[in-house]
Design a binder for this molecule. Sequence first.
Ligand code: SF4
Ligand code: SF4
Length: 307
Amino acid sequence: MITSVQIKEYAYSLGFGACGICKAEEVGDENRDAYEEWIRNSYQADMDYMQRNADKRCDPVLLVEGAKSVVSVALNYYPEKKQPQDHPQFAYYAYGKDYHDILKIKLQQLFDFIKSIEPTTEGRCFVDTAPVLERYWAAKAGIGFIGKNSLIIIPKKGSYFFLGELIINLELDYDEPLALSCGSCTRCVDTCPTKAITSPKIVDSNKCISYQTIENKGSIDENIAPSMDNRFYGCDICQQVCPWNRYAQPHSISEFNPSEDFLNLSFEKLDNLSEEEYRKIFKGSAVKRAKFSGLKRNLETIKRNRK
Ligand code: SF4
Ligand code: SF4
């Protein structure tokens, strides 16, 4: 019989920075209501997929038949080497190869390990690609707590972590949520340049620079554009100001390291970037989500901010 301790030890050996396990059960009313209100307020902007599959999002048994446990994992992406400050800034998570691929491989290895001891285990790996309330599960599994910036904050480690989940039909020992919170701190709320954090843990994507520069397929909102400064792809401000991120330590995942070509992307380089160079530099990167035309749009926007 495999134990929760064995699963966690193996997760750490794979390079995960945190692993917690909780019971797979329907999301409580408070969290379901918060999600539904977020949708009612249209804070998902045009990310229509966020409003689909509400039932599956709130009940893991609808995602995995016979689900008993959620194994939640976190993988550090805090970079050691950063872009020069005067270059158009990418969010740290986008520095290296696409995290979906890297995280999925590690989660599958964890799943294979479980199956090697419990061959009848069935389940699925999730990495930001299915309707899963990943921060909710991470908090329930005791990995960290949800900060006012809406991100999972891992004690003594910070918030620069990708999250993933394994939902399986195996009963295990469960962790408790942490008795921690932001307390009276409001740094992220106060520092967000677009006031996108409308109340603790609630972010209006319409106002968020991350949404505007990555997910938004149309023009960048004229009310948001001047606040972007030189934030070119994503935004880390509400993490950079968080006191918990003083604990952030560089990751050790070679695939997340930025290439020299990436680190050399100055305004001028980006301005003259051909589509062929774009494809070469961002091969296998999550940045491709914004497409070449999206990056050019972002560049034109932040160029206006320099004038
Ligand atoms: S990512 Fe940037 S714009 Fe979005 S909530 Fe955080 S600080 Fe505000
Ligand atoms: S900056 Fe302060 S309020 Fe915001 S998430 Fe961090 S601890 Fe919480």
